[in-house]
Design a protein around this ligand. Sequence first.
Ligand SMILES: NC(=O)c1ccc[n+]([C@@H]2O[C@H](COP(=O)([O-])OP(=O)(O)OC[C@H]3O[C@@H](n4cnc5c(N)ncnc54)[C@H](O)[C@@H]3O)[C@@H](O)[C@H]2O)c1
Length: 333
Amino acid sequence: MDKIYSFYKDRSVIITGGLGFIGSSLAIRLTEVGARVTIVDSLISQYGGNMFNVEPIKDSVKINIMDIRDRHGMNNLVRGQDIMFNLAAQASHIGSMEDPFADLAINVQGQLSVLEACRENNPDIKIIFTSTRQIYGRPQYLPVDEDHPLRPTDVNGINKIAGEQYHILYRNAYGIETVILRLTNTYGPRLLVKHNRQGFLGWFLRLLLEGKEITIFGDGCRLRDLNYVDDVVDALLLSGYKKEAAGQVMNLGNHESISLLEIVKTMIEVNKSGKYNFMPFPDGIKKIDIGDSYADFSKAKNILGWEPKTSFKDGLLKTMEYYRKYGKDYYWH
Ligand SMILES: NC(=O)c1ccc[n+]([C@@H]2O[C@H](COP(=O)([O-])OP(=O)(O)OC[C@H]3O[C@@H](n4cnc5c(N)ncnc54)[C@H](O)[C@@H]3O)[C@@H](O)[C@H]2O)c1
């Protein structure tokens, strides 16, 4: 990665959603390699943004507590930036069903606001947009590649498709370089653990660390591929660096798929204690459940030279160590 790190040295980079889980992990790495980092984040309370996420770099980055829907603000912030990592999102699937208008406003209107700001003020910027494998819906075949039909089971999936499409359109119509990464379940330090509405991994981790029993919905056989956050940061950095990435839509994923039950058992093994039980899917979650899902990430491997390096056990060890140390800054914030 040395060549990539020297590419980012002294480069001006803006991260929307930069106080969230993945955005802050990216901001920390970019700051370490000498990039000039600007963060935009609205810190909407139920989402994953947390000032503590950027504690190690808080004096080295510019932090703007601002909504991406603030067009005037975005106009100013995009000027002079070389690369944008566009991560700001309403990221809860169940949340998108309960408040579809908030999801629409952030994941669609918000994305237009970002793109318009770039078109008007900085069309030479390169944008990396984080989409989700949730847009495929219930897979018709596995592993899911980028040609798989898009049939989302929730409002968030529809709006993330719209977000992707706007990025593609602004490239075709205005020549703004855009890259789309479709992420799978990501975990690691700084993952939201204050509630169970933004993925099961953070919530399971918290229950375990608090000595509480984990409840698995269904029979635990659902397959997933998980990425450790450092591997996702690698993919983001490669997407910003590689010229060949422009205009591409690429899945991230992992070499191995793992069942929910295996995930929980591994967590308990790494934690050296823990219990679990099973419960039928609650109605709201069953409606949007996508069944088994894991991705074919060979396109990202070919174009970016990316593949995940962190084993689930190693990633879990690092994640648990982090929350043992700093859990109090996450459980209620
Ligand atoms: N974590 C995963 O497993 C996963 C999986 C697939 C896709 N993604 C995508 O990756 C991106 C980052 O996800 P994350 O897990 O870090 O989520 P997160 O909730 O931790 O981070 C999102 C950040 O965006 C900010 N934000 C939300 N609305 C905003 C707005 N209107 N203006 C400015 N900031 C706003 C939030 O405050 C938060 O800090 C998202 O685009 C998400 O859809 C994540």
